[in-house]
Design a protein around this ligand. Sequence first.
Ligand SMILES: NC(=O)c1ccc[n+]([C@@H]2O[C@H](COP(=O)([O-])OP(=O)(O)OC[C@H]3O[C@@H](n4cnc5c(N)ncnc54)[C@H](OP(=O)(O)O)[C@@H]3O)[C@@H](O)[C@H]2O)c1
Ligand SMILES: [Mg+2]
Length: 364
Amino acid sequence: MATNRPAKVYTEKDADLGVLKGKTLAVIGFGSQGHAHALTLKDSGCKVIVGLYRGSKSVETAKQYGFEVYETAEAVKKADVIMIAAPDMKQAGIYEKDIAPNLSKGKTLLFTHGLAIHFQLIKAPKDVNVIMVAPKGPGHEVRREFKLGKGVPCLIAVYQGGAAAKKIALAWAKGIGGARAGVIETSFKEETETDLFGEQAVLCGGVSALIMSGFETLVEAGYKPEMAYFECCHELKLIVDLIVESGISGMRFSISETAKYGDITRGPRVVTKDTKKAMKQILKEIQSGKFTKEWVKEYKAGLPKYKKLLSDGEKHLIEKTGSRLRGLMPWVQKKNIHGAQAAYELASASKAKKPAKKAAAKKA
Ligand SMILES: NC(=O)c1ccc[n+]([C@@H]2O[C@H](COP(=O)([O-])OP(=O)(O)OC[C@H]3O[C@@H](n4cnc5c(N)ncnc54)[C@H](OP(=O)(O)O)[C@@H]3O)[C@@H](O)[C@H]2O)c1
Ligand SMILES: [Mg+2]
């Protein structure tokens, strides 16, 4: 096990954007992470092209932002650094078909999550750099923070390529605003295992289950769904903002004595020793590769369980209630959750720059 020594944190002065000068950066996929990296790197003065498959819902969106859009294979041919921003389960297929045949010595493959490399779904040739720049936040947040002059902290890792590859990773992290907040070096293994654990046990899985259970408890006891929504969902952000700003003790500083007493005596009755046991089991399944094996199998079977559980989630009363209440708050940004992930900025600034007419030699 690694020691708990404090990690070295890189900031803007440690990274040189000049490393990317004269290089063509291809972002393959224009979803949550892809659009955020492509747009912020472009704003940082880099030459960025976008690679997509024919028929992708994001081709038009990327063009509207002024990018040259190519089919993936073509984009890889043109690029020095290739970011694979397609979904994890699609990466191996895209790699075999469109990327591997067009790689050459000295090119760099860049990931924002280590799963495909760490679990060897992709095996890159030894003369190609393999690096990671993983912002610790959703793509939309990466873009939003960057535009505010801030940044989302990033992890970087070098799987292959040594010091030169690390410079590229640091420069990329700087280009997307990550070095404003801090960049920590890790390994593909550590990032993959901790990222999967965080999203399963705490951030996405844990929080969603906690919110829904709290909501259901109040509604089943006869309270109005709107009350339950405000108590168990809406206010969560305000509490989390306080925690992010000043830690759990800082959050407790701002709440009432009664809330504090309830927090410290009741919290551990909800998240119990058994919960922690379940967390440890979840971590084991990640480390052993059991989770990834299960996910690959589910993906190959056409996602039956995934689709059913997501659809059940969308039908939950909390979604209907929340949608109505959020509708009363015009400042809460509305998203078309079935549209292109990158389209939201264009919707709010429909006057965004017209697409460059010259774009794309071979259009996707
Ligand atoms: N979501 C996050 O904030 C987040 C955070 C950290 C790390 N990551 C990592 O970032 C990577 C991308 O995830 P994401 O959530 O950003 O994905 P996403 O939002 O689902 O977007 C995926 C993009 O890839 C495109 N795509 C699908 N098949 C393709 C193909 N055959 N060729 C080229 N492009 C293809 C999609 O096209 P369409 O637009 O047509 O669907 C879409 O634009 C993953 O490794 C993930 O683990 C994501
Ligand atoms: Mg993740």
